[in-house]
Design a protein around this ligand. Structure first.
Ligand code: UD1
Ligand code: CA
Length: 433
């Protein structure tokens, strides 16, 4: 694709009242990335002149964009005097003769789908699709196979509301069309807004050509509500999972697995049903078993779960972490922690076995402290390691021990237990049997 031919303007200045949220609509996330991120990502594949129009929560929107992209232009809409998608297009300056205008609430758009707009010589190309339930979309009125106008739902007559052909919200204009018609838009409508969509009827009245481009709803879906957000996320999840399965990851019941956009896999990986893998986790030659959660962690040559929880900044290498084990901000290298443990703020070295129910007591109510565990340490079940503490190499901790000494030296056994007493015949006396 020739990147230099087209400018792109993304409308992201609206509030998004239908989201019922204090957060600007385009900042709502799908697979942990703002909706706007995906639109810019697709746009960048076909253009190097991208302008994002901002107004509502403009600083937050600008910051979110800048976290991921560094070559985006911003224009602030005068949304008090010129509200609406047409108002958003005032004061835009673009490099190229052709411009694609995209709504900022279409996170499922792909570069391939956008490319379809670049091959028409019409003055305006607009995207349409047919929906059995067109609720919320602008209706496209077509007469004699020509687009006549776009009517917003709130302005539509009973007859127009029955129309199932809708405006998908992406347009290709030639620069001269925008220059001519944007200043002519008015706000004589139900919402008292300047509608970009009114350009269509104005251009048609002047005899310009408007081509409808039939597009696939899956990629052009507008997200207006939390319900739309959830269904867009489902589609995005499917794409992410498909991408990784195509690159060789085995998934069991993929529809039950949630993987965020920045997660990566390498080598032979298996992910079982019900897993959640988030942030920029890296999974390398590993097996993530059923219903485990891996957050912002690195897992290499290891197996995790079922039902394990790796919290952010955990690093596992050549390790086994079993059911009901929680690991946080810890490095485990060649370690086995099979059952029911909490390992937090710890470094654990090769050959060490962590028994069932072992807890690193990393928090004293005020501060967090570290636990360092050396090589070939055997930690018996139900032990507590009160941090800060260092367990040197080749140490045994007896089951049920609470280590409060700060350090256990190499070669030692640490044991803290009350002596076992057995009272003969007690059972029979107590129950009078
Ligand atoms: C818009 C179209 C509608 C189409 C639908 C497709 C208009 C008037 N209507 O309706 O025909 O079917 O998209 O999804 O264009 N925005 C601004 N400034 C504003 C208002 C909105 O930048 O003053 C931005 C929003 O942030 C959003 C985009 O424009 O990203 C679309 O706005 P929205 O309010 O969602 O438009 P719809 O009512 O969905
Ligand atoms: Ca919308």
């Amino acid at each position: 694709m020739n990147k230099n031919k087209i400018s792109i303007v993304i409308l992201a200045a609206g509030k998004g009242s239908r989201m019922k949220s204090s957060k600007a609509k385009v900042l709502h996330t799908i697979c942990a990335k703002e909706m706007l991120y995906y639109i810019i990502k697709a746009s960048r594949e076909i253009s190097d002149d991208i302008t994002v129009v901002i107004a509502h929560q403009k600083d937050a929107v600008q910051k979110a964009v800048s976290n991921n992209f560094n070559d985006i232009n911003f224009v602030t809409q005068d949304d008090i005097n010129f509200p609406g998608t047409g108002g958003a297009m005032k004061n835009i300056s673009i490099k190229n003769e052709k411009v694609l205008v995209l709504n900022g609430d279409m996170p499922l758009i792909t570069a391939k789908a956008l490319d379809g707009f670049l091959h028409s010589s019409s003055d305006i190309v607009m995207s349409i699709f047919d929906l059995p339930n067109p609720d919320g979309y602008g209706r496209v009125i077509i007469e004699d196979k020509e687009v006549k106008k776009i009517v917003e739902q709130k302005d539509a007559s009973e007859a127009e509301l029955q129309v199932t052909t809708v405006n998908a919200g992406i347009y290709a204009f030639s620069k001269s069309v925008l220059d001519k018609y944007i200043p002519l838009l008015n706000n004589n409508n139900a919402q008292k807004e300047y509608y970009l969509t009114d350009i269509v009827s104005m251009a048609r009245a002047d005899g310009l050509s408007v081509s409808p481009l039939l597009v696939d709803e899956e990629q052009f879906k507008g997200v207006n509500s939390k319900k739309d957000l959830a269904s867009a996320e489902e589609i995005m999840q499917k794409r992410i999972r498909t991408k990784w399965m195509e690159s060789g990851v085995t998934m069991q019941l993929p529809s039950t697995i949630y993987i965020e956009e920045d997660v990566t896999f390498e080598g032979e990986c298996i992910v079982e049903n019900g897993c959640r893998i988030t942030g920029s986790s890296k999974i390398i030659n590993s097996h993530i078993k059923a219903h485990s959660v891996v957050e912002e962690s690195i897992v290499k040559n290891s197996d995790v779960g079922p039902l394990a929880h790796l919290r952010p900044a955990s690093m596992l290498e050549d390790s086994h972490v079993g059911n009901f084990v929680e690991v946080k901000k810890s490095t485990l290298k060649g370690v086995k922690a099979g059952h029911l443990s909490y390992i937090g703020d710890a470094t654990v070295d090769e050959g060490t076995n962590i028994g069932a129910g072992v807890i690193t007591c990393n928090y004293d109510g005020i501060k967090k402290y570290e636990t360092i565990i050396g090589k070939n340490v055997f930690i018996g079940s139900d032990s507590q390691l009160v941090a800060p503490v260092t367990i040197e190499d080749n140490v045994m901790i007896a089951a049920g021990t609470t280590v409060t000494s700060g350090r256990v030296e190499s070669g030692a056994l640490a044991i803290s237990r009350t002596k076992l007493r057995t009272i003969e015949n007690f059972y029979h006396k107590f129950f009078k049997k």
